[in-house]
Ligand binder design. Structure first.
Ligand code: UFG
Length: 327
C-alpha cells in the first residue's frame, strides 16, 4: 500500500513508518518538524516538510495515488492544552479538517487516526472498554473526542473508512528511534534521564491514590506494539464507518512498580521522593484490549515492563542528547 503518515517524524509516527517500510509498504511522511525530528524519518520514506493545514503541501503529499493516511500530527501535551486551549482546538481540529478535505480532493477514503485514552477522562472503573462514554477532562482529550465525532459523521456522509486508535501510555524504543520531547513530561523518559544523571529532580507525583501502593496506575504499551497495531489497522479498512479501539495491555502498573523495573534494568539503586499529585492525573487508567484483538488480531508482544524499561534505558544511554546530537 502507499501510505501517507502525518507526524511521521514524531515518536509513535516514526516507529510506525519504520514498521510499514519493513512490511513492504510505500511510505510518505508529512511533518512540520515542530516537535518531530528529521533524523527520525527513514531514508526510504518520501519526506514532505510542512503543516497539514497547508493545502499545497498536503495536496502534494497525496498526489499520484495514496491508499491510506495515518494521522499522527497533533499537539499532545495535556498540561499545555489546559494553559492554551484555543491553540489546541485550532491546531488539532484544524489539521484534521484540512486533512479530510485534502483526502476528499484526492479521493482517499481510508484513515487511521491517533486518538488517546484522554478521551475517557477519569473513569472510575477497573478496566476501560470502548463503550464507556467519552468524558474528556482537558482540551487535549476534547480535541481527540471531537475528531472522532467528525470521523463518524464523515463516514456516514461520505463513505470514509476510519479506525481511531486510543493509545494508553506509549513507551519504549525501537533501534535508533526513541522518545525525545522537549520539555519531557512523561514518566519513563524522565526516569531514564534521572538514572543517567541528566535530570536531577525526579519525584513520584502522588502517594495517596486509592491504589495498592498509593501511586497512580497506568497501562504502559511498547511503541513497537503500537506500530504493529497501525499496520494491522490498515488491513481492516475498507467499509465505511469508524471503529474505535483501545491500545493498551489490559494490565496496570503503578509508578512505584515502574521505578522498580527501571532500577532492575539499569542496575542502579533508585530512591525517589514522593511529591504531591500532579493536577488532573487520574488514579488509574487501564485498557480492555479485547476489541483490538478481535478487530485486528492484535496482541502486545513487547509490553512487559522490564522489556519496555530495557529498551527505553538503552535508547537514552545511546542517545543522551536524543536526536539533538545527530542534528
Ligand atoms: N509521573 C511521576 N513523575 C514524573 C512524571 C510522571 O510520578 O516525573 C507519573 C504521573 O503522575 C502519572 C504516571 O507517572 O501517574 C504517568 O505519567 P505520564 O506523564 O508518563 O503519562 P500520563 O498517564 O499522564 O499521560 C498519558 C499520555 C497522554 C494522555 C494521558 C491520558 O502520555 O498523552 O495518558 O490521560 F493524554
Amino acid at each position: 500500500m502507499r501510505v501517507l503518515v502525518t507526524g511521521g517524524a514524531g515518536y509513535i509516527g516514526s516507529v510506525t513508518s519504520a514498521e510499514l517500510l519493513r512490511r513492504g509498504h510505500d511510505v510518505r511522511v508529512l511533518d512540520d518538524l515542530s516537535t518531530g525530528h528529521r533524523e527520525a524519518v527513514a531514508a526510504e520514506a518520501a519526506f514532505f516538510e510542512g503543516r497539514v493545514q497547508d493545502r499545497e503541501v498536503v495536496d502534494a503529499a497525496l498526489e499520484g495515488g495514496v491508499d491510506a493516511v495515518i494521522h499522527f500530527a497533533s499537539l499532545s501535551l495535556v498540561g499545555d492544552s489546559v494553559r492554551q486551549p484555543r491553540h489546541y482546538f485550532h491546531e488539532n481540529l484544524g489539521s484534521a479538517l484540512s486533512l479530510l478535505s485534502a483526502m476528499d480532493r484526492a479521493r482517499v477514503r481510508r484513515l487511521v487516526f491517533s486518538s488517546s485514552a484522554a478521551v475517557y477522562g477519569q473513569p472510575e472503573v477497573e478496566v476501560i472498554d470502548e463503550d464507556l462514554p467519552l468524558a474528556p477532562v482537558n482540551p487535549y482529550g476534547h480535541t481527540k473526542a471531537m475528531i472522532e465525532t467528525i470521523l463518524q459523521e464523515e463516514a456516514r456522509a461520505r463513505g470514509l473508512s476510519a479506525v481511531a486508535l486510543r493509545y494508553f501510555n506509549a513507551c519504549g524504543a525501537d533501534g535508533r528511534l526513541g522518545e525525545d520531547h522537549s520539555p519531557e513530561t512523561h514518566l519513563i523518559p524522565r526516569l531514564c534521564q534521572h538514572l543517567l544523571g541528566r535530570l536531577e529532580d525526579f519525584e513520584v507525583f502522588g502517594s495517596d491514590y486509592p491504589t495498592a501502593d498509593g501511586s497512580a496506575v497506568r497501562d504502559y504499551v511498547h511503541v513497537k506494539d503500537l506500530a504493529a497495531a497501525h499496520a494491522a489497522a490498515l488491513e481492516v479498512l475498507g467499509d465505511p464507518g469508524l471503529v474505535a479501539l483501545n491500545l493498551g495491555t489490559g494490565r496496570g502498573a503503578s509508578v512505584l512498580e515502574v521505578l522498580r523495573a527501571a532500577a532492575e534494568v539499569s542496575g542502579t539503586e533508585l530512591r525517589a521522593p514522593a511529591g504531591p499529585r500532579r493536577p488532573g492525573d487520574p488514579p488509574r487508567l487501564v485498557a480492555s484490549r479485547a476489541r483490538a484483538e478481535a478487530h485486528l488480531g492484535w496482541v502486545p508482544r513487547h509490553s512487559e515492563l522490564v522489556t519496555i524499561l530495557r529498551d527505553a534505558f538503552r535508547w537514552h544511554r545511546e542517545y543522551p542528547e536524543g536526536y539533538g546530537a545527530a542534528s
